[in-house]
Design a protein around this ligand. Sequence first.
Ligand SMILES: C[S@@+](CC[C@H](N)C(=O)[O-])C[C@H]1O[C@@H](n2cnc3c(N)ncnc32)[C@H](O)[C@@H]1O
Length: 254
Amino acid sequence: MRKLYVIGIGAGDPEQVTMQAIRTMNLVDVFFFLSKGDAKDDLLRIRKEICDRYIEQGTYKAIEVTDPERDPSITPYSARVEAWHLERALIYEGLIERELGEEDCGGILVWGDPSLYDSTLRVIDQVLKRGNVHFDYEVIPGITSVQALAARHKIVLNGIGESVCVTTGRQLAATGLPDNTENVVVMLDGNNSYKNLADPDLHIYWGAYLGTENEILLSGKLGELAETIEATRAEARKRNGWIMDIYLLRKSDL
Ligand SMILES: C[S@@+](CC[C@H](N)C(=O)[O-])C[C@H]1O[C@@H](n2cnc3c(N)ncnc32)[C@H](O)[C@@H]1O
């Protein structure tokens, strides 16, 4: 039976690809890459470099398909994302049908880990539910950007016995800091949502392009650092054409 591997490749540092991911990548006959066709294709380049670096026999095929755009006219946001997932499901369904022979293995390389703010597993479930193509699939975990952030700042995410909440910039902007936790990791924040938080004594640990040659780290009191982060972020984004950043907010410096 056809087999699909969804492989977490870590958040940018090729040295953080696991042994299990490397062994699995070496089983794959065809890799499917969705590309954005813009500056963010640095992420595609890094995926390809990981294949070149770790796959011993260069006999695999790599198929690149343009990733559909989310349609901003669809509201609410959840419906927009659902429509986008369906478009991706149709793309993967076609690729699996056309490109994978009955005994072949396909591979999708997922940034970080597939369990964290990534749609691949939902989309693959959707393909299976549609019932037009049949295959087994397996998930190989990767190092997340949350772990990369903690390692680079040399911090534990939680104080002793405390909880940690992982959320998005969109949520932080909409509802503010969650009440029930002292430690909040914020991802997918294109709008500097930390700027609107009232408490200047919050501590922020910020990281951009973690694990890559462009990595930037900043940490300190939010009240003293917010403007620096905003300016650094804007300048780096302009220089590189894209940015991925993540931060931990907590009520006290540990
Ligand atoms: C679509 S999510 C993917 C998360 C990924 N699955 C993971 O396990 O980290 C993209 C967000 O992850 C964070 N991110 C991923 N890689 C990063 C990196 N190398 N440096 C900083 N943030 C990163 C950013 O918050 C970015 O907006």
